[in-house]
Design a protein. Sequence first.
Length: 206
Amino acid sequence: MTRTVLLAGDSTVASCPAHEAPMSGWGAQLGAHLGGPVRNFAKGGATTASHRAEGLWEALLLEAGPGDVVVIQFGHNDQKEPALPYQENLRAFVEEARGAGTLPVLCTPVQRRRFDGDRLTPTHGDYPERVRALAADEGVPLIDLTAATTELYERLGPDGSAALFTHFPPGRHPLYPDGVADDTHFCFRGADEVAAIVAERLKEIA
């Protein structure tokens, strides 16, 4: 793939600052799997509304050119602000990406690691289904990361899947001296595995 892939999303997509290493969003690892340029405009804490309000979406469109691919994944923070018009904000992103001559691709949000026995407990409510419905309605390619990460975590199990996330006991990592057990944000390994899923699907799409 020689075209540029531009990413819009939240912290699960974003490149994390050095002081949070090895925490990483999957977008930071995507270029290695695609072998082509990736521009990551995702930001920790972003919603579909704040991404536009802070100028990130405008900056993305200014860099996008005809034939480029715009991959969009939100939901983790939008669901904390249920009054946001999530689906309509995504629809506007799709329309504007198309207007810039790019190919928009919608992603459902990656799952959080929440197990009940050996099965994952969904935490995103109807947000993944809203993305699926919008993709079908607009004829937009869909990468169902909710389904893909559910399969990945359950295959590894409650214990094995912890290695995909930022988990350290106290005293193990110098940047997390008190320990950390973050079941939302990936470590390098988890980000890389999800990036591989996204890259495989993008190669099929574009």
